[in-house]
Ligand binder design. Sequence first.
Ligand SMILES: [Mn+2]
Length: 359
Amino acid sequence: MQNRLADLQKAYFPGKADALLVENGVNRKFLLNFSSSAGTLVILPQKSYFIIDFRYIEAARMQIHLPDCEILLQERLYDQLKELFARHGVKTVGVEDDRLTLSQLALYEEKVPSVQFLPQSGLSELLLSARMIKTPKEIEKIRQAQEITDTAFTHILNYIRPGVTEKQVALELEYQMKKMGADDLSFETIAVAGKNSSRPHGVPSDYAIQKGDFVTMDYGALVDGYHSDMTRTVAVGRVSEEQEQVYQTVLTAQLMALEAIAEGKLCSEIDRIARNYIYGKGYEGCFGHGLGHGVGLEIHEEPRFSPGCQEILKNDMVITVEPGIYLEGRFGVRIEDFVVIDGNQAINLTKSEKKLICL
Ligand SMILES: [Mn+2]
């Protein structure tokens, strides 16, 4: 099994800091494969210490079996840190500058004055880039989360009808996903219909679906900390020619982007393919967000399919492809799948139908 902690040690040391301090829950989960609401991980070149309080100590001892990672019961955290740093001759400590609050940093500086805490240590950048590449185990969890999401979509097609509200659609999706074993929702479910569908991240309201509406649903499930993310727009009753045309434009843009994805390509290039197509069809200004984002322990991770992302696609990245067209005050369409990069292709984890469904 891959040892993320050892990988980080190898990649970082010797670095700007003598030791690294990881306290963010997502990063701890990534390095230790252990979930807890608290905990402090001290990483040295050859050894690590996970300081965890009484509530989790039993689970931590049972579940964490990483060589050279010692599990310590948290008693007086700051004194323990002081002692550890002194014992190992640590003078500088790198912290997660993208996660740590200013007040927590000030507290470390006050309580552990024997070392210098370095916000710009390179730790955060290293963690973000390590998290971009998924292991087969991680991909398997993401796949399971998406399976739940796909099944909920099949179910919701029988539920949506005129008179049902956006809130009811959202709740039904959420109920189905949890019933199928989702640990939680991936994020707040978006279910918007009619005019509200022109808001990419609209909030479900009491609006009742009418014939001729588009209904856009953007939602996902969480499995052991890993997220899924899918968007589908379906029609209720008959739709206008314009609605049909917008739908087909979004779908074609998405298929073109999916087809272009390959290891070694620039992320901004993939965004441009979908964007150029949509703009070329006369919808410039109607696709105001990026084409996609990485997904993993967080719903939005690196890299991004955006006009400015200079990241190169690598194997085992998991990333969404979600073009949309939004006509303010009228209607909108978004179609979102997510894929694993595998050489010259994008393996699509999303199995739900993408042809325009008219319920
Ligand atoms: Mn998304």
